[in-house]
Design a protein around this ligand. Structure first.
Ligand code: OX2
Length: 834
């Protein structure tokens, strides 16, 4: 059959030009030849060459936006966990093959070059990674969007494991420069802090609120391109850096402003210095509030300025702009928008409120009480005096509304007021001012409506909606698992790359023995790749034929890494008691960063490593259990890990994990879930069927019921279950800490605290232990049936279609943002040709 000749795409990738560009960059950037350049220099040269290709599309997209004037979403987020850009950009330019060839021809290895890129870690975990997946989907689907965030000088710390303990090392990700970023000083904005509010009569006789005696910093934007997959669209992630407004020159000495000049310098230096390394936890630090207002004020100012360059009626701002608040962290946007509309555009309160409440929408990501942002009035009003005034007025009016609905009901006011008990409650502000409030998985949204935000839901049910999270298959399958990606494409075509529902066509191959073998073979090769990585980075040898059982995510008590490692201890005890028992070899792989000040989390890391030391070296075990803690878990090694996993550990205490997104990445890569009915696990099981997963443990209703009734008493389990008792005693008898038997006593106490029962085992680890052990037993049995396992794994891949961030974004667009789809003219011409 004669193959139809393909007409080259409009921006077909020119390999020869690209090679010349790389060589030219090495020369002009470093005055070197390719042979002389270091790997880092080669990465930079390749990065700049790719940026060159991207820039044309970027310019073109922005020009087209100017013409078509589509509605734009501003995704406001303290965190964007982008991961490496080089490979992803090449993938989305659909240029991976030619670039790889070009590198080969230059005697370079693209994998090695990609590995030189620091992993931009401007986020903690799921919340930040979700923001990055959303940007990828927005560009790929052709919607106008900005990500707005902070250009932290230091991102998430690098984790080193020394003597089994986590040590935090600063992550100087900008050390060698970032070839993809563009500094845009022409869009700099001033952001003011402190001082006091005065009423002044301006030249037109209007009385005006003005902030005086303040300190300020200059916000400078840096733009990063967000390349859509194969559609020529490039959106922008705009991250703000801070600079001093005025360097302190002699003038200041003379005016006696020396101190202020130094303070402003310090403010600028400190404000973007470092990402707070807390996941799902609010620390209440003044600098954090400064960071929030800093990037929000700059972003809102710029969004308004951009709008006013094309339009003249600020009252219709919401027709062209939506602000999506990624959790409560950016919620000062509500008051900042009100401030600018009233103080700078002279709208009345009601006019400004109308615009604001049609512009802002809020996503809730957690019900964990310790994550709720509540700022002391003293701090808030001192740092942001005008913003505080505005929030006070929003609160006053909101309380009137509550009273109208619930006359005489003080309880409602106590529970719902924005300012109460000396605190500003950011979630309440976001709900009162937002036109949309969404949770991130069906169960989570139901819990918001029926428990955590019940009063708000009853008062404003129309605002509440669910948007189940998703992930981008471009990074987590196409880039991260090329073998499986090619195999999927060979069976169902390549449409899945931009329409993941198409992956469902794989279903018919689940029972095909040849396909099962091919699938297991790919999984095996990915396990070999990960084993290699583990050997290089951890010095531990693992057997790729063993079951790879993986829990990678932030370390948090509610995620229950402790349950996992206690179960490993239990298995170890069984092998010790019955060395000849049947036991399918298993490698338990962990990866997790703990917040620097989170003691129990850090001790859990130490425990995992201590158990590893004992178990991995005990001759009785004969290598049948291996425990590996992968150092410095981050986006780049995550891609390798998901591709190699057999078992996906999603074992949070039911009701606590709002959604989870790692669960989806594992599923997409054909791992089977062992998990609780929590977050998006519920929907995963709904898609793939319970028979293709291992579900165990308390339901969220049961957990919530215990919680509402003072907890439960774990001592009963301790007293009656000898296996559990033995494992717990090993926490305090030196089995895993011979030199310091008390080392893990706090972990023991967290499970058994006999002083106050309602603080004992708050995460129901002992309560769920037996059920977990039984589910793990089933995992082992299932894995012994190789065909059955392969079938389930293929079905997991085939049923993962729902969990693409493309679907999530389309739902936000249809139900919340109402954006216009942008089509580039060249693509229109292409379509007409066909
Ligand atoms: C996380 C949630 O813990 C996780 O369940 C969810 O999948 C992710 O956000 C994305 O929605 N900080 N991190 C989260 O919530 C907060 C707050």
């Amino acid at each position: 059959m004669i193959k139809k000749k393909e007409t080259p795409a409009p921006n077909a990738f020119d390999k020869e030009l690209f090679k010349r560009s790389v060589l030219y960059n090495v020369k002009t950037l470093y005055r070197k030849t390719l042979e002389e350049a270091t790997p880092q220099q080669i990465f930079q040269a390749v990065g700049y060459a790719i940026k060159d290709v991207v820039i044309d599309n970027w310019l073109n997209t922005q020009k087209e936006y100017d013409k078509q004037d589509p509605k734009t979403v501003y995704y406001l987020s303290m965190e964007f966990l982008m991961g490496r850009a080089l490979g992803n950009n090449i993938i989305n330019l659909q240029a991976y093959k030619p670039v790889k060839e070009a590198m080969d021809e230059l005697g370079l290895d693209l994998n090695v070059i990609e590995d030189q890129e620091p992993d931009p870690a401007l986020g903690n975990g799921g919340l930040g990674r979700l923001a990055s997946c959303f940007l990828d989907s927005l560009s790929t689907l052709g919607y106008a969007a900005y990500g707005c965030g902070i250009r932290y000088r230091y991102g998430m710390f690098k984790q080193e494991i020394r003597d089994g303990y986590q040590v935090e090392v600063p992550d100087n990700w900008l050390d060698d420069g970032n070839p993809f970023e563009l500094r845009r000083p022409e869009y700099a904005k001033e952001v003011k802090f402190g001082g006091y509010v005065n009423v002044r009569i301006d030249e037109n006789g209007r009385s005006n609120f003005v902030q005086e005696g303040y300190q300020s910093v200059k916000a400078i934007p840096y733009d990063l391109p967000i390349v859509g997959y194969g559609n020529g669209i490039v959106n922008t992630l705009r991250i703000w850096d801070a600079e001093a407004i005025e360097c302190f020159h002699l003038d200041s000495f003379d005016k006696g402003d020396y101190r202020k000049a130094v303070e402003q310098e310090n403010l600028a230096r400190n404000i973007v210095e470092v990402l707070y390394p807390n996941d799902n936890h609010y620390a209440g630090k003044e600098l954090r509030l400064k960071q929030q207002y800093f990037f929000i004020s700059a972003s809102v100012q710029e969004a308004i300025a951009k709008y006013m360059r094309k339009h003249d009626d600020i009252k219709k701002f919401y027709e062209k702009v939506t602000f999506q608040l990624n959790d409560t962290h950016p919620t000062v946007a509500v008051a900042e928008l009100m401030r600018i509309l009233m103080d700078e555009y002279y709208l009345t309160w009601d006019e400004a409120w109308d615009v604001t409440t049609k512009t802002c929408a809020y996503t809730n990501h957690t019900i964990m009480a310790e994550a709720l942002e509540k700022w002391p009035i003293e701090l808030f009003s001192r740092l942001l005096p005008r913003i505080y005034q505005i929030i006070e007025e929003i609160n006053r009016r909101f309380i009137i509304k509550i009273q109208e609905m619930y006359p005489g009901n003080q309880e409602k006011i106590r529970k719902m007021a924005i300012i109460y008990d000396g605190q500003v409650k950011m979630a309440h502000l976001a709900i009162a001012a937002g036109f949309s409030v969404n949770g991130v998985a069906r169960l989570h949204t139901e819990i918001l409506k029926n428990q955590e935000l019940k009063d708000f839901y009853e008062m404003m049910p129309e605002k509440f909606n669910n948007k189940t999270n998703g992930i981008t298959q471009r990074r987590f399958l196409l880039h991260g698992n090329p073998l499986l990606a090619d195999w999927v494409t060979a069976h169902v075509g390549s449409d899945w790359i931009t329409d993941l529902s198409k992956i469902n066509k794989l279903k018919i191959y689940a029972d095909d023995e040849k396909c099962q073998q091919e699938f297991m073979n790919i999984k095996y090769q990915n396990k070999v790749r990960l084993a290699q990585y583990i050997l290089e980075h951890n010095g531990i040898e693992v057997d790729p034929r063993s079951i790879f059982d993986v829990q990678v995510k932030r370390l948090h008590e509610y995620k229950r890494q402790l349950l996992n490692i206690l179960h490993v201890m239990y298995l170890y005890n069984q092998l010790k008691d019955h060395p000849e028992m049947e036991f399918y070899p298993r490698t338990f792989i962990f990866g997790a960063k703990a917040a620097a000040g989170y003691y129990n989390a850090k001790m859990t890391i130490k425990l995992i490593n201590s158990v590893a030391d004992v178990v991995n070296n005990d001759p009785v075990v004969k290598g049948r259990i291996k425990v590996v803690f992968i150092e410095n878990y981050r986006v780049s090694n995550a891609e390798l890990i998901f591709a190699a996993a057999d078992v996906s550990e999603q074992i949070s205490t039911a009701s606590k994990e709002a959604s989870g997104t790692g669960n989806m990445k594992f599923m997409l890569n054909g791992a089977l879930t062992i998990g609780t009915m929590d977050g998006a696990n519920v929907e995963i099981v709904e898609e793939v069927g319970e028979e293709n997963a291992f579900i165990f443990g308390l339901t969220s209703d049961e957990v919530i019921h215990y919680e509402n009734n003072g907890g439960y008493d774990p001592t009963e389990i301790f007293n009656n279950d000898p296996d559990v008792r033995r494992v717990l005693m090993q926490l305090i008898n030196g089995t895993f800490a011979p030199n310091d038997p008390d080392r893990f006593r706090t972990l023991y106490n967290s499970l058994l605290n006999t002083i106050s029962t309602n603080k004992a085992d708050m995460y129901f680890i002992l309560k769920d232990f037996k059920a977990y052990a039984e589910a793990q037993k089933k995992v082992e049995q299932a894995y012994r049936d190789e065909k059955g396992w392969a079938r389930s794994a293929i079905l997991n891949v085939a049923c993962s279609g729902k969990f693409t961030s493309d679907r999530t974004i389309q739902e936000y667009v249809d139900e919340v943002w109402h954006l216009d789809k942008v089509v580039l003219p060249k693509k229109v011409a292409d379509k007409e040709k066909n």
